[in-house]
Design a protein around this ligand. Sequence first.
Ligand SMILES: Nc1nc(=O)c2c([nH]1)NC[C@@H]1CN(c3ccc(C(=O)N[C@@H](CCC(=O)O)C(=O)O)cc3)C=[N+]21
Ligand SMILES: [Mg+2]
Length: 346
Amino acid sequence: MASVIFTECSSSTMLRLNHLNRRNGSYLPRPCVSLRSTASGRGCTLSIRSSSPSAIVINGMAEAKKIRDDIKTEVSRMKESIGVVPGLAVILVGENEESATYVRNKKKACKSAGIQSFEVLLPEDSSEEEVLRSVSGFNDDPCVHGILVQLPLPSHMDEQNILNAVSIEKDVDGFHPLNIGRLAMRGGKPLFVPCTPKGCIELLHRYNIGIKGKRAVVIGRSNIVGMPAALLLQREDATVSIIHSKTKNPEEITREADILVSATGQPNMVRGSWIKPGAVVIDVGTKRVEDSSAPCGFRWAGDVCYEEACKVASAITPVPGGVGPMTIAMLLVNTLASAKKIHNFK
Ligand SMILES: Nc1nc(=O)c2c([nH]1)NC[C@@H]1CN(c3ccc(C(=O)N[C@@H](CCC(=O)O)C(=O)O)cc3)C=[N+]21
Ligand SMILES: [Mg+2]
């Protein structure tokens, strides 16, 4: 290893730390080399001048592909042995362009994995009763093993009421209050866990990033991502803090995080200075932002200032290609698991 130089304003390089710690199955720096909180407040001042610092990029797209391939194999095994094809139903209300994109992606993923997909598109001004009727139809349909009501719903509908109506056996989104309640209980056994947080944890596992005993900070407390992510991390024995819009000085708390999960949908909110050197950063944000230089007129922006974060973090998920594809892969995982359970197929 070349000389290690301590400079005042350098961003840290975790190359050496990564090298050391990957042998222990962890990308996190050892406490004894975790230099932080300098007087200037710039965080770590350890650097190796000769090499440009850069975090490991967590390739969610590649992991998702592997998972989808495994599902495809299982789906055909199931079809051949018992003649059952797993089915996923999606209910989409209104014309929200982003929602339409997700629904399209889910449909594509189902198709390539051999999962049958069903879809109900309802106009924005539909009544709650109409949505409830669709839910109930899918609850009773033996070809459907998973039901997903795309959120957000139009504001005139009671979201809780609708999520409550989904059969918990088919709640592949894990949004039914019973599944969430069980997730929150010590020793509780949810039938399904929400796909995005589940995808985040799966990425950490697949990259051998230890969670037990680590400080985890989640930014955002939504029912879809923030809150279940915090619960899951806590179940994996992390010590978890949740940051939200009323939190004072959030960056002081994020700088404590060994694992930082951001799910706010506010592009570039998380700056490099918010991140502890060597931390693992999971960026859940996927916001469409106008960009005339992009081929389709927009691009996907995460919550994290990626260029800055790369210089500080030891590992980071990109947007796109990080958490997003894993979300869809987990949806297929849950749907297959549901079909197996309903048909008692091992
Ligand atoms: N009931 C419900 N369940 C959800 O799981 C749910 C939802 N409602 N409402 C909206 C959010 C958002 N969400 C995403 C899924 C995949 C990508 C995704 O695949 N993103 C790609 C970019 C998009 C693309 O390339 O087309 C990526 O990050 O690489 C993003 C966002 C699921 N959600
Ligand atoms: Mg992504």
